[in-house]
Design a protein around this ligand. Structure first.
Ligand SMILES: [Mn+2]
Length: 276
């Protein structure tokens, strides 16, 4: 049984199908890991969710676009001009699709493979166990009907950039969500930065890719989100977002391959997006 991890699909259902064909993915045997941002920008977000939801061995983590979909669907956020979420919001099975997204985790950890998947990253100050515990806290707030609307309302914002134990639980939740789903660079002492979106090397002095600030560990971390970094492998860290949403490539790895290698398909679905 293989486990394939795939970067940000962003509504590019056709590219995902072509990639699964190329991998000869067997849904009854193989695991599919999706690194978040299943939706938005591409033309067929609803189909991507339906496919993921139908697979028996699916592992998915929430990305910032998936959370944005929840915030838009509940009216806490306006649809942006670059959004293409209508097919989910207007689908006959919309409620079911949104409920499935709402119940996704922020972190997936496979103890047998010693492999962890997050959308953007695992904060350098957190161990895997701490990360799992922070993820569970926010997942609890998302799943609880009383805290869900408050969380969506207070989820947006870059501040505070530094963790403080004095924050209330929703400020902590915003920070945790920002680290898991939006982080690229941080300072040597773990302050988050959201001003820089370029590849490593383009950042100002004092900022570092989050994974360069982690102490060496036995766990492998796979993540998406950083399309300007693209498909890249470092020691125990694999970046999988190769810009499918911008018409570039959709990337997969087989987590059991040694050495790891990228399997990719070209993506032109974005051209069919209503906002291209
Ligand atoms: Mn993202």
């Amino acid at each position: 049984m293989a486990a394939y991890a795939v970067g940000d699909v962003q509504g590019c259902y056709g590219a995902l199908c072509r990639l699964l064909d190329k991998l000869m993915f067997d849904e009854s045997q193989d695991e599919l890991w999706l690194a978040g941002d299943l939706v938005n920008r591409g033309p067929e977000s609803a189909k991507v969710i339906r496919l993921a939801k139908s697979l028996p061995n699916i592992r998915v983590v929430l990305g910032n676009h998936d959370l944005h979909l929840l915030a838009v669907s509940t009216g806490f956020r306006q649809v942006k001009q670059t959004d293409s979420l209508e097919d989910v919001l207007k689908a006959p099975d919309s409620e079911e699709l949104l409920s499935w997204v709402r119940h996704l985790p922020l972190l997936h950890f496979d103890p047998d493979r010693q492999c962890l998947m997050v959308h953007a990253g695992l904060h350098p100050n957190w161990s895997v166990d701490q990360g799992r515990s922070f993820a569970r806290q926010v997942e609890g707030l998302l799943r609880d009907d009383d805290t869900y609307p408050v969380l969506l309302q207070r989820m947006y914002g870059d501040l505070p950039t530094r963790w403080s134990n004095c924050m209330d639980e929703f400020d902590k939740a915003r920070w945790i969500i920002n680290a898991f789903t939006r982080m690229r660079f941080c300072s040597a002492d773990g302050e988050l930065d959201f001003t820089q979106v370029g590849p490593p090397g383009t950042q100002p002095m004092g900022l570092h890719p989050w994974f360069n600030m982690r102490s060496p560990a036995k766990e492998r971390i796979v993540f998406g989100h950083w399309s300007t970094l693209g498909a890249a492998m470092f020691d125990h860290v694999v970046s999988l977002d190769s810009g499918c949403a911008h018409g570039v490539l959709l990337t997969a790895i087989n987590l059991d391959d040694q050495p790891l290698r990228f399997v990719q398909v070209a993506c032109n679905e974005y051209l069919a997006s209503p906002h291209f």
